[in-house]
Design a protein around this ligand. Structure first.
Ligand code: NAD
Length: 437
């Protein structure tokens, strides 16, 4: 099948590459000419495990091409995906500017029947707006499909190639058949393709992200309570999660959720609800709890140092909002660093992938170190912010030797408190008993 994907970010690039990998001809379109140039040269501008290899292979085999020319891409394609960003607007709504621009451009470029599939996360009702924009710009026949994307950064290829389910929202049987045909190679393992109306498909994406965010904020609240009453969240998590009705996923206590999706999607549902005179009280709390949780380590530092953070130096292990990505959008590290700098502390940081992202944000206000150990040199304490696998088994004697004092604040519960005590550390995890040697 001939497919174009407009917007070559995380979602567009992964989707386009995987669709090419299953034997289709895919043209990826972006307005960012620099990005297109780099992709043409085989250089993948984001860090996503396994992606570069797949991009190179499909480009070399001629199934995957990159262009800034949307007209050419639409002329050549039966299915046109919209995968541009839908960032948060000032009032919590989704900014649909790029979606509207692309819809109008696709409409103008159409020279026959097209399926226009919206992969961007968009508020309920957007498919109707896209339909109206297309109608204004073309006399050709078309169908609008709402095809939300559920991939996770860091495991995006696997999620796309082996999805739990595929959601297709549309009114037309023809479009549903085309989309089913396109997705067939990815659901051979038995995952269902759910065909529904556009509004339900759009809502499904928000409901899924809202529920996942709710679990995270819920477990973080329980973790904070565990600290107060002397319980241990890691034991509670197992006790709760082994209940089949609940399951173990998304029950890790930490520093709250970040990234380009959960925070903005939660606020977007709240906004959509408000437009319909509904106060989505639960998700307002989820958002509030999450914002507070992001500063949990900073609060612990203030207590430990009795408010005297000025002149102290802290070593951050991890900057990305989660492991296996260089993405720092809404990462807990951002608020933590800002708060530390404001309090007069200095920050030495290490992250396996997100240092360039952090440099673009903080410039020389913090220092960046090639290894975690380099970051620790002379610091008052170590702060674990992202749970990268390579952080899990450090040489603790070396850690102790590099820090001014053996103090670790662990926002991701990487280690067992009792073992840390035995190793001679003061150790402050989340929702678990703090220990001192
Ligand atoms: P992104 O910011 O990484 O990429 C968006 C791309 O669109 C950029 O390369 C940008 O240059 C391009 N673009 C913007 N305007 C354009 C235009 N007029 N023409 C052509 N290209 C244009 O965004 P993303 O993370 O890939 O997210 C895209 C959408 O998918 C969002 O709605 C997001 O909520 C949703 N989503 C993201 C994820 C994720 O993990 N990142 C997961 C599921 C859904």
């Amino acid at each position: 099948m001939k497919v174009c994907v407009v917007g070559t970010g995380y979602v567009g690039l992964v989707a386009g590459t995987c669709i090419a990998e299953s034997g289709n001809d895919v043209i990826c379109v972006d307005i960012d000419a620099g990005k297109v140039e780099r992709l043409r040269a085989g250089e993948v501008p984001i860090y996503e495990p396994g992606l570069e290899e797949l991009v190179k292979r499909n480009t070399a085999e001629g199934r995957l091409t990159f262009t800034t020319d949307l007209d050419e891409a639409v002329h050549a394609s039966l299915v046109c995906f919209i995968a541009v960003g839908t960032p948060q607007g000032g009032d919590g709504s989704s900014d649909l500017g790029a979606v509207r621009t692309v819809a109008a451009a696709i409409g103008k470029a159409m020279n026959g029947y097209r399926v226009v599939a919206c992969k961007s996360t968009v508020p309920v009702g957007t498919s109707e707006e896209v339909r109206a924009i297309l109608e204004e710009n073309t006399n050709e026949n078309f169908d609008v499909v709402s095809n939300p994307e559920f991939m996770k950064e860091g495991a995006a290829l696997e999620d796309f190639l082996k999805p739990d389910r595929v959601v297709i929202g549309c009114r037309s049987e023809q479009a549903a058949e085309i989309m089913k045909d396109l997705y067939e190679p990815f659901v051979r393992g038995g995952a269902p393709i759910l065909v529904m109306d556009n509004a339900s498909a759009e809502m499904t994406k928000y409901a899924a992200n809202g529920l996942l965010a709710t679990r995270i904020s819920f477990v973080n609240e329980v973790a904070n309570l565990c600290e107060a009453v002397g319980a241990d969240i890691s034991l509670v998590r197992r006790g709760v999660g082994l209940d089949n009705r609940l399951g173990m996923h998304f029950l890790y206590a930490g520093l709250g959720y970040g990234g380009s999706c959960f925070p903005k999607d939660v606020r977007s549902i709240i906004h959509t609800a408000a437009q319909h005179d509904i106060d989505f009280q639960l998700l307002r709390s989820v958002d509030e709890v999450n914002n507070r949780q992001k500063l949990r380590l900073f609060d612990k530092l203030r207590v430990f140092y009795d408010g005297a953070l000025e002149g102290r130096c802290f070593a951050l292990w991890g900057l990305a909002f989660k492991p296996r990505t260089d993405d720092m959008r809404e990462a807990p590290a951002i608020g933590l660093i800002e708060s530390l700098l404001e309090a007069g502390a200095t920050v030495r940081a290490h992250d396996p992938e997100a240092m360039d992202t952090a440099r673009a944000m903080f410039g020389d206000r913090i220092s960046y170190h090639r290894t975690g150990y380099n970051a620790l040199e002379g610091a008052d304490a170590m702060l674990v912010v992202t749970e990268w696998n390579e952080f899990r088994r450090p040489d603790f004697e070396r850690v102790k030797g590099l820090l001014k004092e053996p103090v670790i604040f662990d926002g991701r519960n990487l280690w067992e408190p009792e073992q840390m005590r035995k190793k001679g550390f003061s150790y402050f995890p989340i929702g678990r008993p703090a220990v001192t040697p």
